[in-house]
Write a protein that binds this ligand. Structure first.
Ligand code: FES
Ligand SMILES: [Fe+2]
Length: 354
């Protein structure tokens, strides 16, 4: 593969990285399965025994609040391969497969297989459920498919500090539903578009009415980046703006998750990126707002995020058509696109092309 060298201002990835099936398969193995991935919200679990099921990259997973703490298991039965729990959510003391009734305890140990007495060579210890590692930014739950990944807290410690400094308690916000957008483009186009606001003055007029572009900045860290956008109040001195609620933070957790907070009272929206194929991506926005916010303000918040996203769908699909045209090689990254460069570096390293 022909990548531009690191350290130049050229984009690092050639156009075919954005539509080739072989690259997409490589990304699945080298990126998605080797990094922290979003797997739902703790607010789905109220009491011990509660569980919910979720698919992460087509892997069925069950998240379960046990007396031993929060657990994540691959929701696939070691007996004949069925999905163990079919329900979206429920409450149980033991996970029992809906097909033949094999049953596991809270540590994923097989406790019971109907008819097991007649099977003297069946060793139950050979058939545990596969347990996954969990990371959390309350209420957001992440899983990792590897056995001993870099701990979530160490990978995202600066991000966790940025959230604290901004004074956001995500778990205290009320969930206001989700909107999904199916986009005809590669997942990396969606991520790269998120990672710079160089396009904002041209493409997002409403966003720029609210946020100042003059002091907008993108800070990059080992596995994440945070964009800081200050309220647009030209007459106010800068130090007056550095109040906890006077700026927004737009956070990217490599590779497939973003969580944003606009200036003002408690608000957050997540962007969950789901690569459906090399040329198709599903993006889901979830909305979380201060419980005391009045309905009009709720509507205003959600519609601003929706408006920006609709503008971004048009942009990303246009980029995809250009990348596939055969007339695009490597482009040029401006200083304001440092977040894109950071992402492309991480990606090239994970794909082992550097
Ligand atoms: S496939 Fe699960 S018990 Fe048989
Ligand atoms: Fe945008």
């Amino acid at each position: 593969m022909d990548l531009s060298p690191l350290g130049s201002h050229k984009t690092l990835l050639p156009a075919d990285f954005y539509y080739q099936e072989a690259i997409f398969q490589r990304e699945k193995e080298n990126i998605f399965k080797k990094n922290w991935l979003y797997a739902g919200k703790r607010t789905n679990l109220q009491k011990e025994g509660d569980f919910y099921t979720v698919d992460v990259l087509n892997v069925p997973i069950v998240i379960w609040l046990t007396k031993l703490g929060l657990k994540a298991f691959v929701n696939v039965c070691p007996h004949r391969g069925a999905q163990v729990k079919l329900e979206k959510s429920g409450s149980t003391k033991a996970l029992s497969c809906h097909y033949h009734g094999w049953t596991w305890d809270q540590e994923g140990v097989l406790k019971r297989a109907p008819g097991e007495r007649g099977e003297k060579d069946l060793h139950k210890c050979d058939y545990p459920l596969v347990e996954l590692t969990i990371g959390e930014v309350d209420p957001f739950i992440f899983i990792h498919f590897e056995k001993n990944p870099q701990p979530f807290e160490s990978q995202f410690s600066v991000l966790l500090d940025a959230i604290r400094t901004r004074g956001i308690d995500y778990s205290a916000l009320t969930y206001h539903g989700a909107k999904s957008y199916r986009m005809k483009c590669n997942w990396k186009t969606v991520v790269e578009n998120f990672l710079e606001c160089y396009h904002c003055p041209v493409s997002h007029p409403s966003f720029c009415d609210l946020i100042s572009m003059a002091d907008y900045e993108v800070k990059t860290y080992p596995r994440h980046s945070t964009q800081y956008g200050y309220l647009r109040q030209p007459d106010q001195p800068l130090d007056a703006l550095v109040q906890p609620d006077s700026y927004g933070i737009y956070n990217y957790l490599y590779p497939l998750f973003m969580v944003n907070t606009y200036p003002g009272a408690g608000n957050a929206s997540t962007n969950i990126i789901e690569p459906l194929g090399p040329e198709e991506t599903l993006v889901t926005y979830e909305f979380f707002l201060d419980p005391t916010m009045d309905p009009q303000e709720v509507e205003k918040n959600i519609s601003l995020v929706h408006e920006v996203q609709v503008e971004d769908v048009t942009i990303c699909e246009a980029v995809h058509r250009g990348l596939k045209s055969g007339f695009y090689q490597a482009g040029w990254l401006m200083k304001a696109e440092n977040g894109v460069h950071h992402f492309q570096q991480l990606l090239s390293e994970d794909l082992r092309y550097t």
